[in-house]
Design a protein around this ligand. Structure first.
Ligand SMILES: Cc1cc2nc3c(=O)[nH]c(=O)nc-3n(C[C@H](O)[C@H](O)[C@H](O)COP(=O)(O)OP(=O)(O)OC[C@H]3O[C@@H](n4cnc5c(N)ncnc54)[C@H](O)[C@@H]3O)c2cc1C
Length: 417
């Protein structure tokens, strides 16, 4: 079995995994034996998280050498996919076969298992986080044996967004739908007052809507992703962009997906970034907070009050909407949500006090931090926002009594009894 020499860093380069070894098993038997023999092990996806959620301290395993599987079941409207597959690869194959996923994140480079483990989301009033499309997962437990959990099983709602803490996910079954087309338009100079006042109109104006701003100016830019064949909202604030835009103003637009209303395949429009380019700003850190949707106007006001503090360390901030789901650790659990995202400069010292100021304003609005991004909110405060956290803690004990899949990130949230 191949093993990467340590140290290995995450995508952003702000974190060096503390594991001395990263294994790349090339078969499921090898993976099972590895899990069985290791005292502590975790899976690493594509390494796009900004915090220690994936770290192990002992063994880390990457599933990139396992045989790739993308098996569509047209009758069931599902695809079963190997866990390490990246959305870009899955989307292209689904499109080739005439199918689609209902939602994607802003970039397609991330792995399916890693994204689902953290409740990764895109945007859209009707769209849930990507994990909500999961119908089943195959999980290797501490004894090295695989087990399928399917929607309807009692543990299932706790096992999809599970921070890698219940075992190594090897395959997932996801819902698919018929292939569809999306066209994307950007509106510039949109007054933030108008967005806060007409939040439902703005975010209901298309299948997927994102607002970009720095909170220090009075305006933002709204990206509208319209699903062809679906009704469009009537909102049209600001002015239409007449050329391609990047989410970060002034950045080269080549990495951004096609705009100006040209319809094309769903997977080439729903993400902001093309799969063949480096996504986002590059030299960056990220934080994100999910709030109850109704708190949007209050959060807008609070962030605008400290816009002068935020903007100097910010590449860009993005506001998106996420529909409620029933996955216990999903940040959209039980509530339609608005997510406030921050792409920071890669300068942890300068960002830390600003992040603290943001959290001070958003925490009273019941903010839930993105599991894969930077936050200084106390773990006990975070857990208190999840009504089913106690059930998840019980699941941890049931699936992994010896703590083989735990790490400091999980221990801080769910201390061992
Ligand atoms: C440029 C950029 C843009 C982003 N855009 C978005 C966005 O639009 N929306 C959003 O919500 N997030 C976004 N993120 C965050 C990102 O989606 C999450 O951090 C996601 O978890 C990354 O997936 P990954 O495969 O890299 O996971 P990793 O960071 O590798 O791992 C995350 C977690 O998944 C677990 N895991 C991975 N594989 C397995 C497995 N096989 N079995 C069990 N557990 C596993 C790990 O143990 C860890 O706990 C972005 C990140 C970057 C860098």
């Amino acid at each position: 079995m191949a093993a990467s020499p340590a140290p290995v860093r995450n995508w952003a380069g702000n974190l060096t995994y503390s594991s001395p070894r990263i294994h790349h098993p090339d078969g499921l038997d090898e993976l099972s034996a590895l899990v069985q023999d290791s005292p502590r092990i975790r899976a690493l996806g594509s390494g796009h998280s900004f915090n220690g959620v994936a770290d192990s301290g002992h063994d880390l395993v990457r599933l990139d050498a396992l045989p790739r599987e993308i098996e569509v079941d047209p009758a069931a409207s599902t695809v079963t996919v190997s866990a390490g597959t990246r959305y870009a690869e899955l989307a292209a194959e689904l499109h080739r076969q005439g199918f689609a996923l209902g939602n994607l994140a802003s970039l397609p480079h991330i792995s399916v298992a890693g994204s689902c483990a953290t409740g990764t989301h895109g945007s859209g009033d009707g769209q849930q986080c990507l994990s909500a499309a999961v119908r089943g997962i195959e999980l290797i437990g501490p004894d090295g044996r695989p087990e399928w959990l399917r929607r309807g099983d009692d543990a299932f709602p706790g096992a999809v967004v599970a921070l890698g803490a219940l075992g190594i996910v090897t395959r997932l079954t996801l819902e698919v739908e018929p292939d569809f087309q999306v066209s994307q338009r950007v509106r510039l100079d949109v007054p933030l007052d108008g967005v806060a006042d007409r939040f439902d109109d703005v975010f209901g104006a298309a299948y997927s809507v994102s607002l970009f701003t720095d909170w220090n100016s009075d305006t933002g830019r709204v990206w509208l992703k319209h699903r062809e064949g679906r009704p469009q909202g009537t909102w049209g604030g600001g002015r239409p962009a007449t050329g391609p835009e990047h989410p970060v103003p002034g950045a080269p637009t080549d990495p951004a997906t096609e705009q100006l209303g040209v319809a094309g395949p769903w997977f080439e429009r729903l993400p902001h970034f093309r799969s063949e380019f480096q996504p986002s700003a590059g030299e960056e850190l990220q934080s994100e907070f999910y709030l109850p949707r109704a708190a949007a106007p209050e959060a807008f006001a609070a962030l605008r009050r400290i816009g002068g503090l935020i903007a100097p360390v910010l590449h860009i901030s993005e506001v998106r909407t996420v529909r409620a789901d029933d996955l216990w650790l999903s940040p959209a659990y039980g509530r339609d949500s608005v997510a406030f995202h921050f792409t920071w400069h890669r300068n942890p010292e300068a960002v830390a006090p600003v992040l603290a100021a943001v959290e001070e304003r958003l925490a009273p609005l019941d903010a839930r931090p993105h599991w894969g991004k930077l936050s200084g909110l106390p773990p006990e405060e975070v857990v208190a926002s999840y009504p089913r956290a106690g059930d998840f803690a019980a699941l941890l004990e049931r699936f992994d009594p010896a703590g083989k899949f735990r790490n400091p990130f999980v221990d801080a949230l769910f201390p061992r009894g």
